[in-house]
Design a protein. Structure first.
Length: 266
């Protein structure tokens, strides 16, 4: 950095004022900060970029212009400008850990989960009740076995709870279980244990086992929401851990973060 004598570049009045504070000292004068672009200070531009990225991703996954316009409260012309205009660098979707990691690193991991679960025919848990983690590597020993007794213990279904609590207020934990109860039920109905599709699905999983598990954390327990057969294969192969997205009930988020969140590998 070139040294300049203040006497040579500053007006006499300004030099005299500066000498009151730093006489005989070397002073560094920083450059003025560049004016931030539109929407950068408030973060609005970043929100718009993420929204546009989601629109492009869903359009690429097969959703129509009119459908997207209704979902994002935009005119069809605006949606067309987004999907046909300047291309946004988006991760390429595939049912793989690699693709999931790209989405997660871009801050839109929930979009990968939404596409994956939609293709699997499983409903997403209610986003107002659950927080979705980043892509993490979870020890398989933490995931509870999904047997009938476990289901009775956590009461995933809607009908039993309604009968037992018809005259009482429904507590928060039951409401959270209801939020994904229908998702779990639809998954069980679609792939019953012992079905004729088991062998074919296991062969497919064996050929491409590197897909994240979708886990739910409620009542301080981890259970599989999507990927039960994959979990069985991983345990059969004696794997210790696997990548997963974890839905955490909002009221248990602090407990999850303190006890597990910081320990899980990203």
């Amino acid at each position: 950095m070139k040294y300049e004598n203040a006497k040579d570049i500053l007006p006499a009045s300004l030099l005299e004022e500066l000498q009151k504070y730093a006489e005989g000292k070397a002073v560094y004068i920083p450059k003025r900060e560049k004016t931030k672009g539109w929407g950068e200070a408030s973060g609005y531009r970043d929100k718009l970029n993420k929204r546009n990225a989601l629109i492009c991703s869903r359009y690429a996954a097969g959703e129509g212009v009119m459908e997207l316009a209704e979902k994002f409260f935009l005119s069809p012309e605006s949606v067309k400008k987004i999907v046909y205009g300047k291309k946004i660098s988006l991760p390429e979707y595939s049912p793989s850990v690699y693709s999931a990691a790209q989405y997660s690193n871009a801050g839109i991991g929930e979009e990968w989960v939404r596409i994956y679960m939609e293709k699997e025919g499983t409903e997403m848990p209610d986003e107002s009740v659950f927080f979705l983690s980043e892509l993490v590597r979870i020890p398989l020993r933490l995931i509870e076995e999904d047997d009938s007794e476990a289901e009775k213990e956590t009461d995933f279904g809607r009908g039993n709870e309604a009968e037992e609590n018809s005259t009482a207020l429904v507590d928060d934990s039951v409401k959270e279980q209801e939020a994904f109860g229908s998702s779990k039920k639809s998954l069980a109905d679609r792939n019953p244990v012992g079905s004729t599709n088991d062998t074919t699905q296991e062969k497919n999983l064996a050929a491409c086992p590197d897909v994240p598990l979708i886990i739910v954390f409620v009542n301080h327990k981890f259970r599989v929401l999507c990927g039960m057969r994959l979990l069985a294969l991983l345990r059969r192969e004696k794997k210790n851990a696997h990548h997963a997205f974890v839905f955490v009930s909002n009221k248990e988020y602090s407990y999850y973060l303190i006890n597990f969140g910081k320990q899980f590998q990203r």
